[in-house]
Design a protein around this ligand. Sequence first.
Ligand SMILES: *[C@@H]1O[C@H](CO)[C@@H](O)[C@H](O)[C@H]1NC(C)=O
Ligand SMILES: *[C@@H]1O[C@H](CO)[C@@H](O)[C@H](O)[C@H]1NC(C)=O
Ligand SMILES: *[C@@H]1O[C@H](CO)[C@@H](O)[C@H](O)[C@H]1NC(C)=O
Length: 314
Amino acid sequence: MVSDRKLTFSMGLLLGSISYVLIIAFGQMSVGHKGKIQDHEHHHLRAPNREDSFKPSEAEGVALRESVRVYCFVLGEPKYRGYQAILRGTWTKHCDKAEFYGSESSPLSNRKANDTWLQVRETYKYVFEKYGSIYNWFFLARPTTFAVIENLKYFLLRKNATQPLYLGHTVKYGDLEYVALEGGIVLSTESMKRLDGALRSENCRDRSMIWKLSEDMQLAVCLKYAGVRAENAEDSEGRDVFNTKPIERLIQEAISNNPQHVVEGCCSDMAVTFNGLTPQKMEVMMYGVYRLRAFGHHFNDTLVFLPPSGSDND
Ligand SMILES: *[C@@H]1O[C@H](CO)[C@@H](O)[C@H](O)[C@H]1NC(C)=O
Ligand SMILES: *[C@@H]1O[C@H](CO)[C@@H](O)[C@H](O)[C@H]1NC(C)=O
Ligand SMILES: *[C@@H]1O[C@H](CO)[C@@H](O)[C@H](O)[C@H]1NC(C)=O
């Protein structure tokens, strides 16, 4: 009896240690997977390196700053009507221009609110026609997205908007690599031009009759026909800068996957988006990103992106 129990106990111990080792190994694998190992599995674009972050002269700084002009458009069903006031009052003020689509008060009529792919297509066509030559980067977000536009502009510095760039948080679905709408989608002027052409062709017709594809997948299929491929946006260390989840979820995941490096394992210092926020949480993010600071410490970036003149900003 006694030796049986002892045996069971040591078996338990052994099994316990094996599963512990496995958990650790898998934990590290999944952390590694989120980091640099991903490099060879997908296309990606990196932010400028912080260490050699440029110290441009005054004149260079002005030219660089003016070279990134971001038009933001938020597309949401009428049920997100309540988000508009908070969006207008928070992060979208930092865009060079921001507009809202999908609700009754939007510039486009809301004929088929339940056909989201049609809505995405019409919105892109409208935006290209109206603003295609005024801005050089086009950022599509959901009403539940929070974006740090200064970090987006930093990411886009020295990227060439006359090249067909399409970026954000990429996801693989079979052979298709697409940018997830939840993380925000960025298109350069050239991609907008090609998309506009493709939208007027047969290539972009609705495919959801055959396969149920979400609107962000259909957009990727359409852009692929136009020779534009999705790229994952990463910081100089390979961490995602566009996130499809809220910070607290990313932190929870890091606590269970990588308890020794919770913050580094979670989020980039230069993160551009988080998603899944309520209006109250957007206020909290504004506080965290723009207002909370340690007294006596100040950032010393030589290049500063100013909000559009006349806007009452944080
Ligand atoms: C959209 O809504 C209309 C009526 O509101 C309905 O007839 C139609 O089937 C719906 N279409 C889809 C794709 O759900
Ligand atoms: C941007 O890309 C265009 C077309 O690919 C090219 O002609 C131009 O020289 C590039 N500009 C810079 C600054 O690299
Ligand atoms: C800020 O930057 C300037 C110019 O690059 C430098 O002279 C100064 O020492 C910096 N200040 C701090 C507190 O880092």
